[in-house]
Design a protein around this ligand. Structure first.
Ligand code: ARG
Length: 504
């Protein structure tokens, strides 16, 4: 009978007597030790269901590890081949067909041993589930980070396109949700493109630290086997190692920064979503039907529910970040089972925020902006007042005094006559001693007001056009950065597949 045959032959008593008689024990006798996993806490201990997210990652990590073990002559080629073949079979069967286990790592190992016998247990030579799970999380999360970064790129493109369509659309700008100064819809939309550009940056920056390999750290204390950590890192497409083995097994700060980047992005989007809710109320915008919802009782209702859920996602992401930090705070070195509850926070946050980003982008892309309502509202609430004060200040009146003149005017009205009366009262001189009437009337006009604010980053159409040209260059550069990381990962995946093919 060969090693790999799984046989029920021979009673436990016979095997025990073989062992006590000093005969070399049959490795089948020691294949599974269910010592600690059958009790009432079985389900509580197990992360198998949640580990579905890292099923594919674990298979890749197993493959890279086995290839390395064979290359280093730690496992012979026949055993490596048997294990790699079994892994293909386990993959084809899928996560749902895994045997019971404390987690996906144990379950896959059991599934391999079920297929090839005790030699399947050689797969776990020179590693621990501690370095294994840390590697799997990073392997999976880096793809997720790129997915979210890509979603931000698509959203930025949508915002830039919509902004370009509306560089001339004058609208009210608000502070404290009160009419403040006229701006343009292009300037407004471009402001969110700028914010999302930083969100892309934060994600790509986090990626650099996510994409490091902890594999080979074993439980935390390294291994006496002559492992080649650089080789497994290379096979798995990591840009280097988390070197210190204790740090490698313990570190979860990469989850914190990724979740923080996701929560920050969600917070950015929540502001955009809130604006769209308010603008819908004001009749400044109408969301496309696909991005709205209705009431089960009030037939006339069209509600911006998608934007409310985007706004709500920021709360979930912040809660996830908080949960993650609370779990990690004060954990002793090196591995503690609390860590099993850490990474789900990150995965859930990243997944939800990616969906929210896509929905926000879709809503903006399909929104119907009511340009007439926007420009009609642009001058409401004497929103051009600051421009008149600026004019007086340009004519030599100290700004505080100019502010006082226009504040006084605002009590009476928002036209030339009100400004004139206020100038008499505050300056004891007529307004046209400082500025001529035409200039004041131009400043009172929302469109001219906007056009006058043409310095870098301002709302004037030309300034927004310049900003958008730069934004498009940045989007292209970030897209290339995402693309090159994707290409590196795909190359590593193909490389690993080719290595595995030399064994099976
Ligand atoms: N399922 C575990 C986790 O997610 C894997 C590591 C278990 N290691 C251990 N020593 N109990 O963290």
């Amino acid at each position: 009978m060969t090693d790999e045959e799984d046989s029920e032959d021979g009673s436990e008593a016979q095997r025990a007597s073989k062992r006590s008689s000093g005969e070399r024990s049959d490795p089948r006798d020691v294949v599974r030790r269910e010592r600690f996993s059958g009790g009432p806490a079985r389900d509580f201990l197990s992360s198998l269901a949640a580990d579905e997210r890292i099923f594919a990652a674990d298979l890749a990590v197993d493959r890279a590890h086995v290839v390395m073990l064979a290359e280093q002559d730690i496992v012979d080629e026949a055993d490596a081949a048997a294990i790699l073949e079994a892994l293909a079979d386990v993959e084809a069967a899928g996560h749902g067909e895994l045997p019971d286990g404390e987690d996906v790592h144990a379950a896959i190992e059991t599934a391999v041993i079920d297929r090839v016998g005790a030699r399947g247990g050689r797969m776990h030579t020179a590693r621990s589930r501690n370095d294994e799970v840390a590697t799997c999380i990073r392997y999976r999360l880096r793809e997720d980070v790129l997915d979210v970064a890509e979603a931000t790129l698509a959203a930025r493109e949508v915002l830039a396109d919509a902004a370009a369509d509306h560089t001339d659309t004058v609208m009210p700008g608000f502070t404290h949700l009160q009419p403040a100064q006229p701006t343009t819809l292009g300037h407004y939309l471009s402001s969110y493109e700028s914010a999302l550009a930083r969100d892309t940056d934060r994600l790509l920056d986090a990626y650099e630290r996510v994409n490091r390999s902890p594999l080979g750290a074993a439980a935390f204390a390294g291994t006496p086997f002559d492992v080649d950590r650089e080789r497994t890192a290379e096979l798995l497409g990591f840009d280097g190692l988390v070197v210190n083995s204790m740090d490698a097994a313990s570190a979860r700060d990469f989850l914190v920064e990724t979740t923080a980047a996701a929560a920050t992005l969600a917070t950015t989007l929540s502001g955009l979503a809130e604006d769209l809710v308010v603008y819908s109320t004001q009749g400044y915008v109408e969301l496309a039907d696909e991005y709205a919802s209705t009431s089960s009782i009030m037939p006339q209702k069209k509600n911006p529910d998608t934007m409310e859920l985007v706004r709500g996602t920021a709360g979930d992401a912040a809660a996830g970040l908080n949960g993650l930090l609370s779990t990690l705070k004060g954990l002793p070195r090196a591995y503690n089972r609390d860590l099993q509850r850490a990474h789900p926070h990150a995965f859930e946050a990243v997944e939800a925020v990616e969906a929210a980003t896509e929905v926000a982008a879709g809503a903006v892309a399909t929104a119907d902006w009511r340009t007439e309502a926007l420009s009609a509202a642009a001058g409401e609430g004497f929103s051009t007042a600051t421009g008149v004060a600026d004019l007086l200040a340009m004519a030599g009146v100290p700004f505080r005094t100019a502010h006082e003149v226009v504040a006084r005017a605002a009590e009476e009205g928002s036209d030339y006559a009100a400004c004139e009366a206020a100038a008499e009262a505050v300056l004891s001189e007529s307004l046209d001693a400082y500025v001529d009437r035409e200039a004041v009337e131009a400043a009172l006009d929302p469109e001219t007001s906007v056009a006058s604010r043409d310095s870098v980053g301002g709302p004037a159409p030309a300034a927004v056009e310049n900003a958008l040209a730069e934004a498009r260059d940045d989007i292209d550069a970030d897209a290339a950065a995402v693309e090159s990381r994707r290409a590196d990962l795909a190359a590593a995946e193909n490389g690993l597949e080719a290595e595995v093919a030399t064994y099976v």
